[in-house]
Design a protein around this ligand. Structure first.
Ligand code: ARG
Ligand code: ZN
Length: 473
């Protein structure tokens, strides 16, 4: 008996005593407590209030998937290991589309209900606060493409020869049930079976890739470090792959390119180790056990995404600045993740600033020049980076350009030594965790020895008004 079931037996006994005293109690000997309440159906994110769920914390997802490109059908089994953060009578998972075939909690069948993107599991026995539990959901169907309010497509994207699963900000619910808010990070094992002729590429370290007697190939991908679900990725199709190592031989690099864009992306794919060396020099220890990239045809995906360890690119944006940007996100966004979607500028501001720094080091363009150019663009002033007006704004110019301007203003105020200490210290302080904008400003103030940065926050981070001119330092 583990600690969990012992706790549960204790709760059941307490219930039985109460039943003796109360009139009309059923006296069911199942041990089902009456103490639990349902977990919240959402985490009240400012832009997606229903995203994520309350009452538990996921520590691990084991996804076992099979996909058939010909029919477009996905068969899935999600095993979710979580810890209850309250006494739970039921809890929700986010899932868009697909058909749920069954669910268990700790091996016992659970009642399933669906309403919109909320999947509710009611376990046979209540779960005690602090108890670890395992939920298994089996499901299948034709996964959906989700169109974001800014018009971008995410979730499940069918490609010419397979599919691509991407999830920023909310698309991961289209391919597996989970707690799909960035604040609940977990480790992942993703096992995927695909027909002969195609391969499956996902996040992290490739554990094994084996052909079965039926000709299908099963590959197993491990992400040991915590990952926000929006950074989970699955690419199925024909790929030309390369392997290498980076960072002193410690980090395996696996790249995959659609054959149509393999040749033209090969030279830049080969430069990932060199860019990681430069980034590690500037941002501190690389936070993950693997790296790489997936390069698709432009028809297959409309934007690049910093999926954990292995970002995805459409061929036409697979260029040096974008590669620098998506690899920088591994520190800023993937390791330190936004606590809510309102904190997205912490991702995009840093990744954009990484491009400015790279241009400073390798293209004779001082960051001051990039700052002045961004400053001059009125699109960057539509709203403050720390306050997107709606979900449509999450990936708009102010988040990227003004986000980077905030960092440059900090650099101007604190000087290069302290600034580079911040670049490295911030992802070290919140490594594999989540952080808010307030965490960031408090952190910067803590290392800026008493300097008054209120103008940077008031004007550049939170202010509506564009200043008359760009400060020169
Ligand atoms: N985070 C991506 C980047 O590196 C952009 C994602 C765009 N997604 C969207 N739904 N608009 O810039
Ligand atoms: Zn980005």
């Amino acid at each position: 008996m583990n600690r969990h079931s012992r706790l549960r037996a204790g709760a059941g006994a307490a219930t039985a005593v109460l039943c003796l005293l109360a009139a009309g109690c059923s006296g069911s000997g199942s041990g089902a407590g009456v103490h639990g309440t349902p977990g919240a159906a959402g985490l009240r994110d400012p832009y997606f209030p229903k995203l994520g769920n309350g009452g538990y914390d996921v520590s691990h997802y084991a996804l076992t998937l099979a996909y058939d490109p010909a029919s477009g059908r996905l068969d899935g089994r999600a095993e979710i290991t979580a810890k209850a953060t309250q006494d739970l009578s039921a809890f929700n998972l986010d899932l868009a589309g697909l058909t749920v075939r069954g669910a268990t909690v700790d091996g016992a069948p659970a009642a399933v209900n669906r309403a919109g993107n909320e999947l509710t599991l009611r376990p046979r026995d209540d779960i005690d606060e602090g108890a670890e539990f395992r939920a298994v959901v089996t499901y299948d169907g034709l996964p959906q493409t989700i169109t974001d309010s800014d018009g971008s497509k995410e979730g499940w994207l069918k490609t010419a020869d397979g599919a691509l699963a991407l999830g920023e900000p909310t698309g991961s619910m289209a391919w597996f049930p989970g707690n799909h808010h960035p604040s609940d990070k977990a480790s992942y094992d993703i096992t995927v079976t695909v027909p002969a002729g195609v391969r499956a590429v996902s996040n992290g370290v490739l554990g094994s890739e084996k052909k079965g007697p039926d000709g299908r190939t099963t590959s197993v991908w491990h992400s040991a470090e915590p990952m926000a679900s929006y950074l989970a990725m699955l690419a199925i199709g024909r790929y030309d792959t390369t392997t290498a190592t980076a960072l002193g031989g410690k980090v395996p690099v696996l790249t995959a390119a659609d054959p149509a864009v393999a040749a033209k992306s090969a030279a830049l794919r080969a430069r990932i180790p060199e860019i990681l060396d430069w980034e590690q020099e500037n941002f501190g220890t690389y936070p993950f056990a693997a790296s790489g990239a997936v390069v698709e045809r432009d028809d297959d995906v409309g934007y690049a995404l910093e999926t954990q360890t292995r970002p995805v690119f459409p061929a036409s944006s697979f260029d040096t600045p974008t590669l620098v940007h998506e690899l920088a996100h591994q520190w800023y966004g993937d390791s330190v993740s936004p606590a809510t979607w309102k904190d997205i500028w912490l991702n995009e501001g840093f990744a954009t600033y990484a491009e400015w720094l790279y241009a400073e080091d390798f293209a004779h363009t001082p960051a001051q020049k990039s700052f002045e150019k961004a400053f001059a663009d009125d699109d960057a002033w539509a709203f403050p980076p720390a306050a997107p007006r709606s979900s449509e704004d999450l990936f708009a110019a102010p988040v990227y350009q003004r986000g980077a301007m905030v960092l440059h203003r900090i650099r101007q105020e604190v000087g290069d030594d302290t600034f580079f200490e911040i670049l490295e210290g911030w992802p070290a302080r919140y490594r594999h965790a989540t952080a808010t904008t307030k965490d960031f400003t408090a952190y910067v103030e803590s290392v800026a020895d008493g300097r008054d940065l209120s103008e940077v926050w008031d004007v550049w981070l939170y202010g509506e008004e564009k200043p008359d001119k760009a400060p020169t330092g």
